[in-house]
Design a protein around this ligand. Structure first.
Ligand code: ADP
Ligand code: MG
Length: 354
């Protein structure tokens, strides 16, 4: 099969009895990329990764690794490795024994195993003296690094991660996100990562796939998904957002959501859509100020988020909007008072017909 994808899924369906967990998924993952699948709990992320590593069988479809079909290849014969949420290290064994475990299963001689383990300690920036340290004496972050070293031991082509950081506290998670991204650079391997945390996905990934009910809703680089989501679901999943339900009869007059302005250029006569603007692109418009779109409302709440201030505004149509300003640009408008908000078309995105 001619393809420049490292891993290709074609029409992958997975059913559990009468329940369909994956509905004919197509996907190409390229060599060396950090590809992240994000989606709410139950959307089918783990199911997909289990099929990819060979822990479960597809109902229909095919999985290709370069030009070889692998969906019937047993897990231990695939050049892939899975890193789980629970670390599954052997606590009674040393760091070295843990890292060497997959090599031992493959009958690699002891001396070769040890030199590989020491090499991996270096790669993960753990001191070589850790080779004989007990797992139970390692901190949470060190355990995570040992687990990564073990996953890399037999030099898999693709590493799969199923929410490996979700059980960790915030600081450690942030550190390990950066370490994982760095490890990806240093190894040049293909990482396929699952998370329900969008922030985690944004920090690390080359491309992100948003999964919903066993289908991909959008696959793109993080920036594109953030600024040009294809649906309300993706827009709302990617953080705070304001969505105005708008329509136009004649292609130029805008109606809906209490907005004043011209119909956005992408909105055809007689059609409707969602006009999206992220909170950081809305400003408070004083008397005489202009903007492509304006909307009136009442300032409900003000939340200090450190360097930024978040505002909640209720429009005259009853919609709640979120506006975010840097602290230095905070408004002088009083809580409970009338405000006019404005934003420009260049900072909007139109989701057609949603
Ligand atoms: P995620 O990892 O995105 O949270 P999963 O892939 O674990 O979601 O599950 C997707 C859907 O498939 C869920 O509705 C789940 O209940 C169902 N499911 C997963 N595994 C099984 C199974 N072995 N038997 C029946 N249903 C399953
Ligand atoms: Mg899961």
């Amino acid at each position: 099969m001619a393809s420049d994808a490292l891993l290709r899924l074609q029409g992958v369906v997975k059913q559990f009895g009468h329940f369909t967990a994956l509905h004919g998924v197509d996907l190409d993952i390229h060599e060396g990329e950090f590809f992240t699948i994000v989606g709410p709990s139950g959307s089918g992320k783990s199911t997909m990764i289990r099929l990819l590593v060979g822990m479960d069988e597809l109902t229909h479809g095919a999985i290709w690794l370069r030009d070889k079909r692998i969906d019937e290849t047993p897990a231990n014969e695939r050049p892939t490795c899975m890193v789980f949420q629970s670390l599954a290290l052997f606590p009674h064994m040393s760091v070295g024994q843990n890292i060497e475990f997959p090599l031992k299963l493959r009958n690699v001689p002891a001396a070769d195993r040890k030199s590989r383990a020491l090499e991996l300690l270096d790669l993960l920036r753990l001191p070589q003296s850790y080779y004989s340290k007990r797992i139970s004496q390692c901190s949470g972050g060190e355990k995570q690094r040992v687990a990564l070293a073990r996953a890399l031991a037999f030099d898999p082509e693709i590493l799969f991660f199923d929410e490996p950081l979700s059980a960790l506290d915030y600081r450690l998670r942030k550190t390990l996100e950066k370490e994982l991204k760095d490890l990806h650079h240093r190894t040049g391997k293909t990482f396929v990562y699952i998370t329900h945390s969008l922030e985690e996905a944004m920090v690390m990934s080359d491309r992100i796939a948003i999964m919903k009910d066993g289908r991909f809703e959008q696959i793109a680089v993080a920036d594109e998904i953030y600024s040009r989501p294809v649906s309300r679901f993706v827009a709302e999943f990617m953080g705070e957002v304001n969505l105005f339900e708008v329509s136009t009869e004649d292609g130029s007059t805008l109606s809906g959501a209490g907005l004043t302005g011209n119909a956005p250029s992408g909105l055809a006569a007689g059609s409707k859509g969602l006009l999206m603007v992220r909170p950081e692109y809305i400003r408070f418009v004083a008397d005489g100020g202009t903007a492509d779109y304006t909307v009136k409302g009442r300032l409900l709440e003000e939340y200090a988020l450190g360097s930024r201030i978040q505002y909640e505004i209720e429009t005259t149509e009853g919609q709640t909007l979120t506006v975010e300003k840097l602290r230095e640009d905070r408004t002088t408008s009083a809580l409970g008072g009338e405000v006019t908000l404005g934003f420009d078309e260049a900072n909007t995105h139109l989701i057609e017909g949603d």
